[in-house]
Design a protein around this ligand. Structure first.
Ligand code: SF4
Ligand code: SF4
Length: 103
């Protein structure tokens, strides 16, 4: 999945909403995750997402680089988990290989 961020400033100032985990469900991840050797399909809960929607691999070397690069920002995170799931699902659909044409 290709992610779009609004600006470097907002990425640095927004904090992650507790118990959200939307960006660990909606996006596809193409690199291996412990317990998901082929990565994660879109709209599938990552097996490393804990019961409080926290990353069980946070700070560990086997956490995918995709996850470390995905910073909270207002556009993605919205005002609720549902808003975040909707935005991320729309981005996932818009950046599917069969939806991205080369012009
Ligand atoms: S969508 Fe935003 S608030 Fe929710 S887990 Fe991801 S970074 Fe945190
Ligand atoms: S490895 Fe952690 S941050 Fe990455 S998708 Fe899974 S739970 Fe989320």
């Amino acid at each position: 999945m290709t992610m779009f961020f609004p600006s470097p400033v907002s990425r640095e100032t927004q904090t992650c909403r507790p118990e959200c985990g939307a960006c660990c469900v909606a996006p596809s991840i193409n690199s291996p995750i412990p317990g998901m050797p082929n990565g994660k399909p879109a709209n599938v809960r990552c097996v490393q997402l804990g019961i409080h929607n926290e990353c069980l691999l946070f700070g560990q070397p086997d956490r995918p680089s995709f996850c470390g690069g995905l910073k909270p920002n207002p556009e993605m995170c919205g005002n609720s988990r549902q808003e975040a799931l909707l935005w991320l699902s729309l981005m996932e659909a818009a950046t599917r290989p069969d939806q991205v044409s080369e012009k």
